[in-house]
Design a protein around this ligand. Sequence first.
Ligand code: ATP
Ligand code: LTN
Length: 339
Amino acid sequence: MSEEITNEKRKTVLSAVQPSGNLTIGNYFGSLSRFSEFSEMFDCYYCVADLHSITVRQVPAELRRHTYEVYALYIACGLEPDKNVLFVQSHVHEHAELGWILDCYTMFGELSRMTQFKDKSAKHADNVNAGLFTYPALMAADILLYQADYVPVGADQKQHVEIARDIATRFNGTYSQTFTIPEPYIPKESRGAKIMSLQDPTKKMSKSDKNENASIYILDSKDDIIRKFKRAVTDSDTTVRVGEGKDGINNLITIYSCVTGKSAEEIEREFDGRGYGEFKLAVGEAVADKLSPVKEKFNLLMADKSELTALMRDGAARASRTASRTLSKVKRKIGFVEA
Ligand code: ATP
Ligand code: LTN
């Protein structure tokens, strides 16, 4: 191996999921299912973004349950706790601290352009709080604390990774090289970058959707999965093919492609001459079979909360070692007096 390669620093990956509801197959195909690919090659940090989740009002008992659930799902989806740093965001105080600092390097105009802010403030018009607005600066802190090179996310989060790059570039330019500039790592459109709602396929499938039939949850039973796919909104055509104005079918083809690895053309050929009913059933069964081992592992993990708590504690200590190094460097550069 050449000198150059042996000396190259291992790249770092960071991503997070909010414990704001029951995770959907959008979360699964857009992010969780892909996380374990990185473990062998990169230093990986995955966090449960509980600080982010309170930008929308949460019921305390549910927030607690969802935090354990997302953490257990990380492991059930194949992330081994000793090969990845798995932690809860609020357990590592550096996130909130750097979040505040980065607020002061983030412009009002930049934040005003964020699509997620516009969507969520319309959806929660009675609670348009400052945290919802400055959410991207905290997300930048999550990423920059670990000097992450890659951030695997669904397409909806691309804008937030871009603002993190802008904040990092601004900070580095104001002082000197401090932060690695992160890159988003987004699956190709046909591979699950955006899974749409089953009831309104022009909207993304979201764990906070009030309509339970709109989303397939990772923990849904096989019967529920099949029933929801049966009821999925499609169109008046009858042939299974990708097309304009066929958002519902396009979405089902994307989902089937995510599960089976088949291309859209292969799927069109497989269902040539067969109706929507048969196709929906095949998608339902394939998704249920794919999720069944994840659910089994998840149930085992959730049965031992004290083990999960111990893993969380260990993850937070490991995350904090890296995060505190970056935060000290930032404080020094800004001119804060050391204690
Ligand atoms: P909320 O409804 O609370 O905003 P969400 O379902 O959009 O939540 P997040 O916690 O914001 O989920 O996202 C976790 C990860 O899942 C992110 O990487 C996000 O890009 C991805 N993701 C979320 N929804 C989808 C989707 N429908 N298709 C593909 N990826 C998705
Ligand atoms: N904003 C993300 C969750 C999130 C995140 C992050 C993703 C919080 N911090 C850091 C990647 C990196 C979301 O809503 N999906």
